[in-house]
Design a protein around this ligand. Sequence first.
Ligand code: GLU
Length: 310
Amino acid sequence: MRDRNREHDAAGRFAPSPTGPLHVGNLRTALLAWLFARFAGARFLVRVEDIDHSRVRPGIEEAQLDDLRAMGLDWDGPIVRQSERMGLYEDAIAWLDAEGLLYPCYCTRKEIRAAASAPHGISNADRYPGTCRELTRAERVEKEVAGRPPALRVRAEGNRIEFRDRVLGHQEAQTDDFVVRRNDGAPAYQLAVIVDDADQGIGEVVRGADLVDSTPRQILLCRLLGLPIPRYAHVPLVLGPDGQRLAKRHGAVTLADRAAAGEGPGDVLAWMARTLGLAEPGEKPGIEDLLSRFDPERLPRVPTVWSPGA
Ligand code: GLU
């Protein structure tokens, strides 16, 4: 699992999960990932994150790629699908396990929540309180006999991770013992994403600000596996009028919805350009115009509230 000596500042990426159609917020993030990469003269890759079988929906991958094309985005090389790369994730998990860095966890989500909300517990309900960290062999056998398949967690030892985000500035957080293999046997997002970013030579990860809390975990995994740590740029989200992350319930938010409302991809691109300070009202710039105007240092730092036609 040591560094594969790849050239490491040569690619950017967009990594959608084919669980539902992309909305204008996802598409704006894709546009920004493309702009950051192309501005730097880097390759731009698209990776389909399709290992969560319970959430992947048929036909969505094709629809997402069509939408990216309709926006004028292009990418280098073939589409990479995580479902075709399971061996890589299993190797990484086996390597961590052989180093004694993993332990089986039999907790249900409900139990974790209950432990975390106990008076002496950790307040953040997403943080794992360490229940299974020091189980004896006999206790593990007892749980297995009871038929509970374990997830595998990493011994993060409360590591404090600091990094500089290109958009959000200095970040630091303490990592908990998070899951690297789920109890259905699937590799966890945190693990698959860093294995792929390293394997694909991603130098800068550009993604939505909603994922910034995952980054300390991912940096820790890179360190444990001896993989290079990419740079990070977590870009502002598009929010619904209620201040929540944009979603289907906010109305006509996909390219298909916009088309039904009489707006083509060029209109949507123009809206994005205006919200990013790259176009004046009434202007309809093409994607190459946006690239020639783009400056990563001048990216707005605040979210945009979705208001169609604005
Ligand atoms: N597949 C993730 C998502 O669609 C993004 C992962 C990433 O960019 O690191 O939310």
